[in-house]
Write a protein that binds this ligand. Structure first.
Ligand SMILES: NC(=O)c1ccc[n+]([C@@H]2O[C@H](COP(=O)([O-])OP(=O)(O)OC[C@H]3O[C@@H](n4cnc5c(N)ncnc54)[C@H](OP(=O)(O)O)[C@@H]3O)[C@@H](O)[C@H]2O)c1
Length: 256
């Protein structure tokens, strides 16, 4: 019996991963906060794939909730971990209280590391497992409006690449998935102009199912950094090779 833990499985990329792993007959432990939506997903998956699906309601910005959640899962041997919880923020760093901004550090870094530490230790003991940590193309691309989003996603990239280097010798595959613009509930709460949602130049919107199919396919071959979609790969290369001064000049012009 195989167990998978997917955080942030209510919608978008996380829900798509839940459907993929459900189809592969994993017993699923899925987290979210929007209870009706995630319970409906769980119900559909149970019926469709005849698997066990456990819903856990956890707010990743609240350390106490995360610690309670960890106590509940500490004895479960997971074969697959997908750290997918993530959110954007409407307000810029200096237009907001630090307390509010700190929620992103709590969810994207602290809670993320706590879960990874617990679940990976178990995988090391069992000498098998798969881990996908969802970062973003934004982790390579600082902007003047996304301070903590880019920075925390950048942390996830570096941390996961280190994890990949360490855990591959234990037979554990680790991927850091860096999607570009993906159609999901992610942008609902953000104040984004309508035109942003259209394909323009190298900006090509992807569906979550496409992102997760490509991610799992790549993980079957190798771990490490994975960027889904040709245009996202091109953006990544451009950002990497552009001289910093030119990058800063162009990045200052970006408004969303
Ligand atoms: N969409 C994009 O364009 C894009 C691009 C690059 C990377 N990503 C990354 O992809 C991942 C999945 O995002 P998505 O696009 O699929 O968006 P989504 O549909 O909004 O899904 C986000 C998931 O994270 C959960 N979540 C958000 N804040 C949470 C919190 N404070 N505590 C606990 N759970 C929380 C949500 O659950 P509840 O709402 O039920 O709490 C939901 O299940 C994120 O890490 C995001 O940063 C997205």
């Amino acid at each position: 019996m195989k167990n998978a833990l997917i955080t942030g499985a209510t919608s978008g990329i996380g829900a798509s991963f839940a459907r993929r792993l459900g189809k592969e007959k994993y017993n699923l432990y899925i987290t979210g906060r929007r209870v009706e939506i995630i319970e409906k997903l769980a119900c559909d998956l149970r019926k469709k794939y005849n698997i066990k699906v456990t819903v856990m309601l956890v707010d990743f910005t609240l350390p106490q909730e995360v610690d309670n959640f960890l106590k509940k899962i500490e004895m479960i041997p997971f074969d697959f971990l997908i750290n997918n919880v993530g959110f954007g923020h409407k307000k810029k760093f200096f237009d907001d209280t630090y307390k509010k901004q700190n929620e992103m550090i709590e969810a994207h870094i602290i809670s993320f590391c706590k879960i990874t530490h617990l679940v990976s230790k178990n995988m090391i003991d069992n000498k098998r497992g798969n881990i996908i940590n969802v970062s973003s193309l934004a982790g390579f691309s600082p902007t003047s409006f996304n301070h903590l989003y880019s920075a925390t996603k950048s942390f996830i990239i570096t941390f996961t690449e280190s994890l990949h280097l360490e855990l591959s010798s234990f037979g554990i595959r680790v991927q850091v998935l860096c999607p570009g613009f993906t159609r999901s509930d992610f942008h609902n709460s953000l104040d984004i102009k309508e035109k942003t949602f259209k394909n323009r130049g190298l900006i090509r919107w992807m569906d979550p199912d496409k992102v997760t199919t490509l991610s799992l396919k790549s993980l079957n071959k190798k771990g490490g950094l994975y960027i889904p979609g040709l245009s996202n790969k091109i953006i990544y290369i451009i950002v990497k090779i552009l001289p910093k001064r030119l990058y800063y000049f162009l990045a200052k012009k970006i408004k969303i």
